[in-house]
Design a protein around this ligand. Structure first.
Ligand SMILES: Cc1ncc(COP(=O)(O)O)c(C=O)c1O
Length: 351
């Protein structure tokens, strides 16, 4: 079934990951959060384990209510999903077709491109602008037959931002029946404006959020699809209804209720990222400045060679995008992991 031919971030990371890797390898290749779930999230999961024999749909309803209140949304505009992957794949399968193209930045997260390709849709890749934002005017020009415009903000892999005004421009000028999907998987690492206001204004906009990144719950699987109810129905019903794992739901709820979690983790990520950038600059290595938990590092030789050499040093770094063959994606890990990254990178580059 097309719906299950989806190439996810862990699949993309694992496809290139050295196997087996040793247990003390530095894993900065899949944009995971090394901090894992917060303590309140862990406590909530432990407390709910005994109820694992029940579907407990009311816990999911409660999570919807809390998010709706936090963001000033009507609860019908929100669906809880097992990570944002299925919502992204289903929206691509619903709004693209052999007649309706998928328009994305390049480089950007490949899940949508691969899904559209499997569905027989034209995949239109538009290079990022000089400031590494989505070039929405070029996306509009190239996508007169668009079914879905994909905006990843901040972008994976560059960690760069697209101003809200650009997303508004895209929404105001897109072909009538097309949809704009704004993937906000990494938005919590920044203080940028979300596109949720466009959903509230009943535009043809889908916003995706996930608990996999700042909240450190990638292995627990919880995300949010937010859109006008008629849009949500159109794509979510293709995946059928399923219950959520209650561990993920209570951990997500505890994470949202923790008022300082996002700002604290944003600060930790920014501090380690800046330390890494300072070290790279001091050592004359080039990189694209990022506001997220990943960035593109220039290797001045085929990026894959550097990945292979780094893997021999037990440091697994992220993949290469065809449009930037001499760059690799680096995830910001813990300070200790980034120290090991620095020693290994210096050794590899000086070899
Ligand atoms: C931009 C982006 N969107 C969506 C996802 C999917 O994340 P998940 O299914 O864990 O929510 C990822 C994963 O890395 C991502 O980078």
């Amino acid at each position: 079934m097309a719906a299950f031919r989806v190439t996810t971030e862990p699949m993309l990371a694992a496809a290139a990951r050295r196997k087996p890797h040793s247990s003390d390898a530095v894993l900065i290749d899949a944009n995971e959060n090394p901090l894992g779930p917060s303590q309140p999230a862990r406590d909530a999961m432990s407390a709910i384990l005994a109820q694992g024999g029940r579907y407990s749909d009311e816990l999911t309803d409660n999570l919807v209510d809390i998010f709706a209140k936090m963001e000033g949304l009507n609860r019908d505009y929100i669906r809880i999903v097992v990570g944002s992957t299925p919502a992204l794949a289903l929206s691509v399968l619903t709004f693209t077709s052999p007649q309706k193209s998928y328009v994305t930045a390049d480089p950007s997260f490949e899940l949508g491109m691969n899904t559209a390709d499997h569905a027989g849709a034209r995949v239109v890749k538009v290079p990022l602008s000089k400031t590494y934002a989505h070039d929405v005017k070029a996306m509009l020009a190239a996508g007169s037959d668009a079914g879905l415009f994909y905006i990843c903000n901040p972008n994976n892999p560059t960690g760069t931002m697209t101003p809200h005004s650009e997303t508004e421009y895209l929404v105001a000028n897109k072909p009538k029946d097309s949809v704009v999907l704004v993937d906000e998987a990494y938005i919590h690492f920044t203080e940028t404006q979300s596109a949720l206001d466009l959903v509230k204004a009943d535009k043809d906009v889908i916003v995706l959020r996930t608990f996999s990144k700042v909240y450190g719950m990638a292995g627990l699987r919880c995300g949010l699809a937010i859109a006008r109810p008629d849009l949500l129905d159109k794509f979510m019903q293709r995946g059928g209804y399923n219950f959520m794992p209650i561990t993920a739901v209570v951990a997500a709820t505890a994470s949202l209720e923790d008022a300082s979690l996002v700002s604290e983790r944003r600060r930790i990520n920014a501090t380690i990222r800046q330390q890494t950038f300072d070290w790279l600059s001091r050592n004359n290595y080039s990189f694209i400045p990022s506001e997220s938990n990943c960035f593109m590092l220039e290797t001045k030789r085929p990026g894959q060679q550097v990945r292979d050499a780094m893997a021999k040093e037990n440091v697994l770094i992220g993949r290469v995008w065809p449009i930037m063959p001499t760059h690799v994606r680096i995830t910001v890990g813990t300070q200790q992991e980034m120290d090991r990254f620095q020693s290994a990178f210096q050794k590899v580059m000086k070899a």
